[in-house]
Design a protein around this ligand. Sequence first.
Ligand SMILES: [Zn+2]
Length: 132
Amino acid sequence: MIFPKGNKLNSVLYFKCPRCHQGAFLAHPIYDLKHFVSVRPKCDKCGLKYRLEPSFYTGSMYVAYALGVGIMGLVALMMILFVHPFSFLLTFFTIVGVLVILSPFLNALSKIIWANFFFHFDPNFSPLENTP
Ligand SMILES: [Zn+2]
């Protein structure tokens, strides 16, 4: 692993539990569209409940929006630099296509980033803590 345990990027890029960096965060593979990006109720390694309150991941929309705008800007820049003659319509539909294809990934990424705002790495986690 490039990012050691304790680094938030370890949790974010590998979709691992924000507290122990071992347990899985998502219940299904990202592009399993039948179960669109569902987060597990709790970590199977340390027992951390992934939801602090009902509708906890609604706030991840703000993160998804920021990621979407960033990708939109990146695609627009690529189109301006590499497509000659520049076409506004082609750029628009390329951005829409890229965002549609990436939407499950961006949704999952925004949720794990959102979770990492609230939960922090704890190497001495107790498996019994935070369990009902
Ligand atoms: Zn955990």
